[in-house]
Design a binder for this molecule. Structure first.
Ligand SMILES: O=C(O)CCC(=O)C(=O)O
Length: 278
């Protein structure tokens, strides 16, 4: 067994420095910011399409307070960015998963992008996840893996991720339902280690590794993205017929009543209107 793999087996995580290049991570953050910027321009919360970082962050706080449903929709839209999904599927990432024992990786959950700040959360659990093991929500292969990528440099004051090295072999720990999802009980008694990272680093960790968010005590946004993978070759996952707890479905009701009209569509497809008229 190579030394990286035995280190992973022992600690339950590997911190790769400079795994992605600066441009790759900045593209994801830029695309996510664009989602918010377009809405904030539309609502005249911003007047500049390329705001300075401090201007952007102040506008985000204003937008969050002024239009929470719109802000939440922007957050949801960010989860569907092409650059984010592309990063989660990058060849070097998939190869690294395989090198760490995920023989035939498949995506477990859609990629996630976080923008943590206490100014952008209604409750602490929304910017500071309690102690947990991701496997509790994933329920996939025993070797399932999480890849955590900071999109900015994250030090302790910005809320660096806190992990308990070696906890991946303790089994599935008792957890209790809470406002966020489920937290591991007694989580504060474990020996957490804060993992300070630079934009583009990647933290690969077992879905059984106990972890929680650090506390972002700054006024800045802590940007990160998180990817989760199962292994369809892992024998207990095969035996459990690829169990999957996530439900993805569309609501029945129209979100905007009486929309769209034929006229709305004809504005989108003007050539088609002309063709019909002649
Ligand atoms: O990024 C964080 O602070 C925590 C994220 C996390 O624990 C998770 O997504 O499972």
């Amino acid at each position: 067994m190579n030394s990286l793999l035995s280190q992973y087996h022992q600690d339950g995580f590997i911190h790769f420095k400079g795994f992605f290049c600066a441009d790759e991570v900045e593209q994801v953050r830029k695309d996510a910011k664009q989602v918010f910027i377009k809405q904030m321009l539309h609502q005249s919360i911003l007047s500049d399409a390329s705001p300075e970082e401090s201007q952007f962050e102040a506008a985000m706080t204003k937008y969050f307070r002024q239009d929470l449903p719109g802000f939440i929709n922007c957050g949801k839209t960010c989860q569907h960015l092409i650059s984010l999904h592309r990063m989660s599927l990058s060849e070097k990432l998939v190869q690294q998963l395989q090198a760490l024992g995920v023989e035939t990786p498949v995506i477990c959950t859609r990629p996630v992008i976080y923008f943590n700040s206490r100014h952008l959360a209604q409750a602490e659990v929304y910017y500071r996840t309690p102690p947990h093991q991701d496997w509790r929500s994933m329920q996939g292969s025993l070797n399932s893996m999480v890849v955590w990528v900071p999109l900015v440099d994250v030090n302790e004051p910005l809320g660096a991720l806190e992990i308990v090295p070696g906890s991946h072999v303790w089994g599935l720990l008792p957890s209790e339902q809470d406002e966020w999802y489920r937290k591991v009980s007694e989580g504060d008694h474990f020996n957490y280690q804060s993992v300070e990272v630079t934009a583009g680093d990647a933290l690969f960790f077992s879905s059984f590794l106990l972890h929680r968010s650090g506390n972002n005590i700054t006024d800045s946004i802590r940007w990160s993205c998180h990817f989760r993978y199962n292994d369809i070759s892992e024998e207990t996952f095969i035996a459990r017929r690829y169990a999957h707890p996530y439900v993805y479905k569309a609501q029945q009701e129209l979100i905007t009543e009486n929309f769209p009209t034929a006229e709305d569509l004809q504005r989108v497809f003007p050539a088609r209107v002309q063709a019909t008229a002649t």
